[in-house]
Design a protein around this ligand. Structure first.
Ligand code: HEM
Length: 152
C-alpha cells in the first residue's frame, strides 16, 4: 500500500539527509553487508579489489574501496529514483520492476538478501538521525521490498 502524503514527506526528509552524503553512506551500507553476510561477496565477481581483501579487511577498509564506493552510489541513486513515488504505487512499480527483474534473472540474487541492505540502511539512519527517523523510514523499505518481491 502506498504511503500517505504525510509519511512520504517525513520519509523524504530523512532520505534527503542520508543521500546528501551518498558516497560514504552507500559504501557503509554495502561494506557492512559484505562483512556480516559473507556469501554476498560472491555475487560481485567483477569487483576484483573486493574479492582479494574481503576475507581480511575491516568494514571500514572495504568501505574505502573505489569499486564499493562507486557501487554504493549506484544503489543509492536507484533508491533516490524510488523515493518521489512512495505515495503512487503504479509509478513506484514502474521504477522498481526493471531493477528487480535484473537482480532476479541476470544477477540471480536471492530476494531475501535485499533485507540485508534494508536493515543496514535502517541501522545507519538510526545512528545518524535517531529512532524516530528509523521508524519513519522503515515504512519506505517495507514498501520497496514488497514491490521488489512482487516483481521478482
Ligand atoms: C535496495 C536494494 C538494491 C538496489 C537499489 C540495487 C541497485 C543496483 C543497481 C542500480 C545496479 C546496477 C544495475 C545496472 O548496471 O544495470 C545493481 C547491480 C548489482 N547488484 Fe544491486 N541493488 C540492490 C540490492 C542488491 C543486493 C541485496 C545484492 C546482493 C547481495 C545486489 C547485487 C548486485 C550485483 C552483483 C550487481 C552487479 C554489479 C556489477 O557487476 O557491476 N544488489 N544493483
Amino acid at each position: 500500500m502506498a504511503l500517505s502524503a504525510e509519511d512520504t514527506q517525513t520519509a523524504g526528509a530523512v532520505w534527503e539527509k542520508i543521500y546528501a552524503d551518498v558516497e560514504d553512506n552507500g559504501a557503509v551500507v554495502l561494506s557492512r553487508m559484505f562483512k556480516e553476510h559473507h556469501h554476498t561477496v560472491s555475487y560481485f565477481k567483477n569487483f576484483t579489489q573486493l574479492q582479494s581483501v574481503a576475507e581480511t579487511a575491516s568494514a571500514e577498509e572495504i568501505a574505502a574501496l573505489a569499486e564499493v564506493r562507486a557501487h554504493g552510489k549506484k544503489v543509492f541513486l536507484a533508491l533516490n529514483d524510488m523515493v518521489p513515488h512512495l505515495n503512487n504505487v503504479d509509478a513506484l512499480k514502474e521504477t522498481i520492476a526493471p531493477l528487480a527483474k535484473k537482480h532476479a534473472t541476470e544477477l540471480k540474487i536471492d530476494v531475501k538478501d535485499f533485507e540485508i541492505i534494508f536493515d543496514n540502511l535502517l541501522a545507519l539512519i538510526g545512528e545518524k538521525q535517531g529512532a524516530d527517523a528509523k521508524t519513519a523510514f522503515k515504512k519506505v523499505t517495507d514498501l520497496i521490498y514488497e514491490e521488489i518481491k512482487a516483481a521478482y
